[in-house]
Design a protein around this ligand. Structure first.
Ligand code: SF4
Length: 348
């Protein structure tokens, strides 16, 4: 049943510690019932911070001269993928800025095939590489990728226009999401919450959009301003506590409304609270993306301020995460793809 707009607004407007804990508890019950309490890992490789786009909220946008741009070599990326496999992560996420040139798209195809070959097809591959043509999406799907994350960032057309240069098209992004679905990918999207000019009603509309587009996975985060963007004036006066709370409320409302989708607890939550990702799990998320990118590159991949674990290597990351997950009574789905149950149902 389509979620009720008024009810979503009510959930997202929850205030006061007691009521918030009640909301998270309710979402956790829905999570237990529909997806269980196993956390699925996707090892995150930040393959490159080169991006042809210039989204106004993003630290690695093409117009920010501050960063030295990097791209991992094929060998470096393969080594990280194999580390992931040997450490029993079920899946990998390959993420980078957006590029459509042939050298890049061919590099990705080669990498997908290489990972599949080196892991006997066992490591699941999620891509997060932005808008591409249908042919490229198909090429990558046929090479072995089976999930794709493409965040819509906001479903409010006016807000989208305000946050992007004129040549960044909402309609095109939406068309890409639909193409991905048609091709057979498990499709993930998401939004930022707490954007300047965004209302609670806008966020409720985002959830209705997820429902209407029948998405399988969600990756959402609180908006955190970055000093290297046109929105830098928002850095001062940024309220991290309120941003964290809204991020958690969004996870909880999505879990209650959408039930069986996979929801990631993102590092943006951890940037706001040392246990932000665990709080995300307790509010209804069930997927975690530990960063396995070589620490020497992490400094260059800061989409927002205060990104955590910049100097923590993948080995440190896994032991710290295992402890944290055990401490909240959940288990890790080692060696499992942890596909979206919503997707499986959609296929039946
Ligand atoms: S949000 Fe994505 S597409 Fe936009 S500038 Fe940042 S990396 Fe590029």
């Amino acid at each position: 049943m389509r979620p009720d707009n008024e009810h979503l607004i009510e959930l997202l407007s929850t205030k006061g510690e007691e009521a918030l804990q009640e909301l998270y508890k309710q979402a956790y019950e829905v999570k237990k019932q529909f997806v269980g309490t196993t956390v699925y890992f996707r090892g995150l490789i930040e393959l490159s911070n080169i991006c042809t786009k210039n989204c106004y909220y993003c630290g690695i946008r093409s117009g920010n001269p501050e960063f030295q741009r990097y791209q991992l070599s094929y060998e470096e990326a393969m080594a990280e993928a194999i580390w992931c496999y040997e450490n029993h992560y079920g899946s990998l996420v390959i993420q980078a800025g957006e590029r459509e040139d042939k050298a890049w798209t061919d590099f990705i195809t080669r990498l997908i095939k290489g990972v599949k070959e080196a892991t006997n097809g066992k490591l699941g591959i999620t891509l997060s590489l932005g808008e591409q043509t249908e042919d490229i999406y198909r090429q990558w799907f046929e090479a072995g990728a089976h999930r794709y994350l493409l965040r819509i960032e906001t479903t409010n057309r006016d807000l989208y226009k305000q946050l992007h240069p004129a040549d960044h098209s909402f309609a095109h992004r939406l068309a890409c999401l639909r193409i991905l679905k048609k091709l057979g990918y498990q499709v993930g999207t998401g939004v930022m919450v707490g954007l300047p000019g965004q209302s609670i009603a806008n966020i409720a509309d985002d959830i209705l959009f997820f429902y209407d587009e029948d998405v399988d996975m969600l990756g959402m985060g609180p908006y955190i301003p970055h000093h290297g963007t046109p929105l830098k004036h928002l850095v001062e006066g940024f309220n991290g506590k309120a941003a964290l709370e809204l991020g958690l409320k969004m996870i909880a409302a999505c879990r209650i409304a959408l039930k069986d989708v996979n929801i990631a607890t993102t590092t943006a939550l951890q940037a706001l609270h040392p246990e932000g990702r665990e709080l995300g799990l307790m509010a209804g998320a069930n997927v975690l993306m530990p960063n396995i990118t070589d620490t020497k590159y992490r400094e260059g991949y800061q989409l927002y301020e205060g990104k955590p674990c910049l100097d923590e290597n993948a080995n440190q990351c896994i032991s710290c995460l295992s402890r944290r997950i055990a401490s909240i009574g959940e288990t890790i789905g080692f060696d499992e793809w942890g596909d979206s149950r919503h997707f499986t149902k959609r296929q039946e």
